[in-house]
Design a binder for this molecule. Structure first.
Ligand SMILES: NC(=O)c1ccc[n+]([C@@H]2O[C@H](COP(=O)([O-])OP(=O)(O)OC[C@H]3O[C@@H](n4cnc5c(N)ncnc54)[C@H](OP(=O)(O)O)[C@@H]3O)[C@@H](O)[C@H]2O)c1
Length: 322
């Protein structure tokens, strides 16, 4: 066992909770293994050492155990350990992006947060760090290809890798076509389609060079069906899904590709609507919703699957949504 690992970032993370919620096992970023029972925190503390595909464990009671890794995942004493991944989230300042960043950071993945409202990103970084996670805030406007490149470069400069892109940034100023709100149509195309392409262009070369990577696009149920006032928005989401499926077909086995399509989800998305008729229609449509963390859980499921398992399409709706 190497005693001097407190300052290094451990390459594996894990969390396992018994079905009754009473016992919680956690492998932390510094390599410490912590078990908590009920109200008692850290009943005992141990340390994992990972060397190649071999893992060794010892705790403060002197108990030792060892095991082996296959691929990126170890099933050890009922706990699933995942390789720590550097995750880039576009549109992390609110809603689904924020929830995804919080969930993946809590699971031990370093997260790189991009959006235009950097004050919000700074607050989120502080929240993640207080909870023991790692996060970096980077100003990002996905409509600008250079900004997307700088986002990826900042991630590489801080963490040295890009394992996952969560292409989430999006806007939804709905209106009927007859309203002729051309600037809003252009903005949806710029953020939801060009922004996705800029984000892929900025990160895919690194994933291909690393020989591993994962692109997760947040599309929508609007990528499967069209409704009045949503012609352009749905057009951008059909495009996002098509682009992501094309990427999946073109990618080597080492790059996984996922489309997560939310139904109505709590977020600030509807606040971009300026057309009065579309805003009124949204009140009833959005009455039943899922929390943003429900979508974050779907992203986490795809990210933490074994490397030989490619979760391609996930649709998550509130139970009442038709
Ligand atoms: N909520 C739903 O019901 C729902 C349903 C289906 C799909 N979706 C999709 O989920 C994704 C996330 O939306 P949300 O629901 O979480 O809404 P949200 O709370 O409004 O979040 C949208 C995010 O996108 C970012 N963004 C917008 N324009 C950007 C730009 N030019 N560059 C970088 N970031 C930009 C925003 O950050 P800044 O403004 O700070 O830049 C914000 O962080 C979107 O793609 C949306 O279409 C949502």
């Amino acid at each position: 066992m190497n005693e001097d690992t407190t300052t290094t970032t451990h390459p594996y993370v894990g969390l396992w909770v018994t079905p009754d919620g009473r016992i919680r096992h956690e492998l932390r970023a510094d390599g410490r293994y912590v078990e908590a029972r009920g109200d008692r925190e850290a009943a005992y503390v141990g340390r994992y050492e990972v060397s190649g595909d071999h893992v060794e464990y010892v705790d403060d009671t002197g108990f030792t155990a060892d095991g082996g890794f296959r691929d990126d995942v170890l099933h050890h004493a009922g706990m699933v350990l995942h390789r720590r991944k550097v995750v880039l989230v576009t549109g992390a300042s609110s809603g689904i992006g924020r929830a995804t960043a919080l969930r993946l950071a809590a699971a031990g993945h370093p997260v790189v947060l991009g959006a235009r409202r950097t004050d919000r990103l700074d607050t989120l970084v502080a929240e993640i760090e207080v909870a023991g996670g790692q996060a970096l805030a980077v100003p990002l406007d996905v409509t600008d290809a250079a900004s997307a490149r700088q986002f990826a470069e900042a991630a590489l400069a801080r963490f040295g890798r890009i394992d996952v892109l969560v292409a989430n940034a999006g806007v939804m100023p709905l209106s009927p076509l007859a309203a002729g709100l051309v600037e809003e149509w252009d903005r949806m195309i710029d953020v939801n389609v060009r922004g996705l392409l800029h984000s892929i262009a900025a990160t895919l070369p690194t994933m291909l060079a690393q020989g591993t990577g994962h692109v997760v696009t947040i599309a929508s149920v609007g990528a499967f069906e069209v409704s009045p006032t949503a012609a352009v928005y749905c057009g951008t989401k059909y495009a996002a899904r098509a682009i992501t499926e094309g990427l999946r077909q073109e990618s080597p086995r080492s790059v996984r590709v996922t489309t997560v399509s939310p139904g109505v989800t709590d977020s600030e998305l509807a606040s971009t609507i300026t057309d009065a008729s579309a805003a009124a229609a949204m009140v009833a449509y959005r009455a039943d919703s899922v929390p943003a963390d429900a979508i974050a859980r779907a992203v986490a499921y795809a990210v933490d699957e074994r490397p030989d398992v490619d979760v391609n399409e996930v649709v998550v709706r509130p139970v009442g949504q038709r």
